[in-house]
Design a binder for this molecule. Structure first.
Ligand SMILES: C[S@@+](CC[C@H](N)C(=O)[O-])C[C@H]1O[C@@H](n2cnc3c(N)ncnc32)[C@H](O)[C@@H]1O
Length: 285
């Protein structure tokens, strides 16, 4: 029997809860009832690609353990990937002027060469880790030529990581970037901006789900973690879990930066809140 358009493209309350639970259990992302419409609209392209008949069929499809591979596409469809170069300008400024010099001072004299590890967790299309790589190249390396910097960018969505790896950006991404960086580190052609290899090669990308304990254990000994504008999509227990993994991944003396609109209040007492000029950071003592 032909289904009505409404039945095809909307979920029953029960179907919504089933899908929401699958998303929550696998990624920590929590869709409240008020976001039902948003979730439905984001899944529509999946039912079209899979040639399924309705959102209801999609819920059954994703529930089937044989279709575990679909989770990757689900994450691509439901994540919000907004980002741009130099988004957290004041945090990057503090990183360059205060945090990196402090970390270098506190590294053991036995460490030769000195290595600083920076992780942009939930980096979306790569603007955040590449901004860090450009600032290090432009401002930090001339002062500390012998220090090695390892920068990791990770995300749950493989689609955004492909863009990150390509290093090709639209005007929107570079709109906040100081002219000097744009001129020096990009080639612009046909309205696109191609990041030069000199910066691209400084960042390694990996698909890491912040909510997955075994994947999170693979990253350790970080000196600085940026985990910005992603905790907002989790509920409190998921935030607590993810923040505890990030704490474990940091070296003592290391710093965590989160988004300007985010806070660890009521989430974790493990860090010391540090006030920097125009930014705050969370320090693992
Ligand atoms: C709004 S973007 C933030 C990008 C960048 N950190 C910034 O502040 O500009 C949020 C990113 O978090 C990613 N994300 C959401 N849930 C995640 C999870 N469980 N593990 C890893 N990444 C996740 C999304 O795919 C998305 O690319």
């Amino acid at each position: 029997m032909e289904q009505s358009i409404e039945a095809k493209y909307t979920l029953t309350d029960e179907g919504f809860k089933e899908l929401r639970d699958i998303i929550y259990k696998t990624s920590g992302i929590y869709y409240s009832e008020s976001k039902k419409y948003l979730l439905e609209s984001r899944i529509l392209k999946r039912i079209q690609s899979l040639k399924l008949n309705s959102l209801y069929d999609y819920v059954n499809f994703i529930k089937n353990p044989a279709n575990k591979g679909e989770l990757k596409n689900l994450f691509d469809a439901i994540t919000i990937n907004e980002t741009y170069f130099f988004r957290a300008e004041q945090q990057f400024d503090a990183l360059e002027k205060i945090i990196i010099p402090e970390l270098i001072r506190n590294k053991s004299p036995q460490m030769n060469p000195v290595v600083i590890r920076i992780w942009s967790a939930a980096c979306s299309t790569g603007e955040e880790p590449y901004t860090i790589a450009m600032i290090i190249t432009e401002k930090v390396k001339p002062i500390y030529p012998n220090v090695q910097f390892q920068i990791l960018g990770s995300d749950i969505s493989s689609q955004v990581l492909e863009v990150a790896q390509s290093g090709i950006y639209k005007e929107y991404s570079v709109r906040n970037m100081p002219e000097v960086y744009l001129k020096k580190y990009f080639v612009s052609k046909d309205g696109l901006y191609y990041l030069k290899d000199e910066i691209k090669k400084l960042v390694r990308f990996s698909n890491i789900n912040l909510f997955d304990a075994s994947q999170m254990k693979l990253v350790s000994n970080c000196d600085v973690i940026f985990c910005a504008n992603v905790l907002i999509y989790f509920d409190i227990p998921a935030k607590q879990k993810v923040v505890s993994y990030l704490f474990d991944a940091l070296n003592p003396g290391g710093y965590l930066f989160i988004g300007y609109s985010e806070s660890l209040h009521g989430i974790s007492k493990a860090f010391k809140l540090v006030h920097l000029p125009k930014a705050i950071a969370y320090k693992k003592e």
